[in-house]
Design a protein around this ligand. Structure first.
Ligand code: GLC
Ligand code: CA
Length: 541
């Protein structure tokens, strides 16, 4: 019997540069991160996901990799990294890292050599063409920055393919050598003790004329090959797919339980935000019903925010307009096809709403991923370029640079948030640890509650439809455990009658406060909820 640890895990995404600086150069680093492991242990997370830590010119925050088997010298050394892994493991925390299979930096030695032309042994590591009209069915992702997926290489007189920035040439997976190289990279890190990967941009590995070049059968076949290797040599390792796709297409990344262990639930995320704005359970019910059931050894990764813009790629045009209208009132907040804001500013610092969204996420099918800083309600800075406004230094306390670095403030890689409404002087770990009702303490409690009830992570979900559509109700069941989850999506108090006759005679316990509720009788069960209120109830026979 395998336990599939990732199915019950709480993940924590963090940006090494933004977490803790140990040597006063104004940038976070691995020794700094290691020194903060106690905090993460206290918070209760099971697995850290690191943004890319490899050597990189840093034109896309490390998603432009120069050496797949090294550590960015600004972050530390391989030794520092190994020490960090050991220290994390000692505290029962696993670590996964981003792996960018699709493309390298244009400064990668392979690409530098490849530019020489077909005489280079590395030329065929990349995708070239004389015709920039090739693969015209593929969309352009960074629409504000790029006008084509082809860029001209004057050295060899041909175009190279790139799905992201032009400084990120795509690797050519039709070349068996490339396939081998990347499998070798995966072995390298797992041998060192890493627990898996967040697989960046996986739909785009292979391209083929006449398609949109996303999720081709060739791509799935290669991912399955990686999985087979993992199952054989590293059976505890996990791979999470970043595939920004509709549920039906996303489902394919799980194969028959022989491809990705997990995939981010991109379609669900914006609908959580829609539901609380519309004060209607429809968006959540519709998308969950459309979400396929997964093989037993698979799990969704659910999230509210991450290091990118809040992507609206999995929205209809109408839904996207709605989201922009409601959540990006200042045009400066828009980026690519999304919104570059952090969680609490998106929710206008309404902590009831912040709690509701988090508590919605925790018992929905999947393993939640918390984005660093969101657990203390950090603000953002929409005036920093690209997605940098959601990657500013972590706020630890109200000392200089929020306790993040001892450097002169002007040396920081990005300023800490000083705007009065989100200033690091009050929004920080130390202050929130002192306040019993802070968001941080509430998050800790929720993580513990989730851990106690396996049906929150693994349960089969069944909606119950009350007449009051401002309220979302569903039942969860796993291994004899039964839960009832009730959420008020509205900003006003709401009464609701819930059809629970099948549970006639059962008791109910609210599990966050451990409070007995009235027994279920033979008529509709009636509860009232305050604005954005919620109940997580255990049904007792
Ligand atoms: C993924 C990352 C994003 C990066 C892109 C290109 O979408 O999340 O931050 O820019 O891949 O590697
Ligand atoms: Ca540093």
């Amino acid at each position: 019997m395998k336990d599939y640890w990732y199915k019950d895990a709480v993940f924590y995404e963090l940006y090494i540069r933004g977490f803790q600086d140990s040597n006063g150069d104004g940038k976070g680093d691995i020794p700094g991160l290691t020194s903060r492991l106690g905090y993460l242990r206290e918070l209760g997370v099971d697995c850290i996901w690191l943004l890319p830590m490899y050597p990189s010119p840093g034109h896309d925050d490390g998603y432009d990799i120069q050496d797949y088997k090294g550590i960015n010298p600004e972050y530390g050394t391989l030794e520092d990294f190994k020490f960090f892994l050991d220290e994390a493991h000692m505290r029962g925390i696993r670590v996964i890292a981003d792996l960018v299979l699709n493309h390298t930096s244009d400064r990668h030695p392979w690409f530098i050599d490849a530019r020489k032309g077909p005489s280079s042994p590395y030329h065929d590591y990349y995708v070239w063409s004389d015709d920039p009209g090739k693969y015209s069915g593929a969309s352009i992702i960074f629409i504000n920055h790029e006008t084509s997926n082809w860029a001209w290489c004057p050295d060899c007189g041909s175009y190279y393919w790139h799905r992201f920035f032009s400084h990120q040439p795509d690797l050519n997976y039709r070349n068996p050598k490339v396939q081998e190289e990347m499998i070798d990279v995966i072995r390298f890190w797992l041998d060192m003790g890493l627990d898996g990967f967040r697989m960046d941009a996986v739909p785009y590995l292979f391209e083929r004329e006449g398609t949109n070049c996303e999720g081709l059968p060739e791509t799935h076949a290669y991912l399955k090959r990686i999985r087979a290797m993992l199952d054989e040599k590293y059976p505890d390792a996990v791979m999470i797919a970043e595939a920004n796709q509709w549920p039906e297409d996303l489902r394919q990344y799980f194969g028959d339980g022989d491809e990705m262990h997990m995939a981010f639930n991109f379609p669900l995320m914006p609908r959580l935000f829609m539901a609380v704005k519309q004060e209607h359970h429809g968006p959540i019910v519709d998308i969950v019903k459309r979400t396929p059931v997964l093989p037993e050894n698979c799990q969704w990764a659910t999230f509210l925010r991450n290091h990118d813009e809040l992507t609206l790629a999995m929205c209809t045009d109408e839904e996207r307009d709605y989201m922009y209208n409601e959540y990006a009132k200042d045009p400066q907040m828009k980026l690519y096809s999304g919104i570059r804001r952090r969680l609490v500013p998106l929710l206008e610092k309404n902590y009831r709403k912040v709690e509701l969204l988090n508590v919605l996420l925790f018992p929905l099918p999947g393993s939640p991923v918390i984005y660093y800083g969101d657990e203390i309600g950090m603000g953002d800075n929409i005036f920093l370029g690209d997605r940098n406004g959601v990657r500013t230094p972590m706020h630890w306390n109200d000392n200089r640079n929020a306790g993040f670095s001892a450097c002169n403030p002007s040396r920081l890689y990005a300023p800490v948030i000083t705007d009065a409404d989100y200033s690091y002087t009050s929004v920080n770990v130390q202050v929130e640890e002192m306040i019993p009702n802070s968001l941080l303490n509430w998050m800790k409690k929720m993580i513990r509650v989730r851990r106690k009830y396996k049906s929150f992570s693994r349960g089969a979900l069944r909606f119950i439809y009350p007449e009051n559509k401002k309220v979302l109700v569903y039942a969860l069941e796993y291994d004899g455990e039964q839960m009832l989850c009730v959420f008020n999506l509205a900003s006003s108090s709401q009464p609701v009658q819930i059809g629970l006759r099948e549970f006639n005679g059962c008791g109910l316990t609210e599990v966050i406060g451990d409070t007995e509720f009235p027994q279920i009788g033979d008529s509709d069960y009636q509860v009232t909820l305050g604005p954005y209120g919620y109940y997580l109830l255990e049904i007792k026979h």
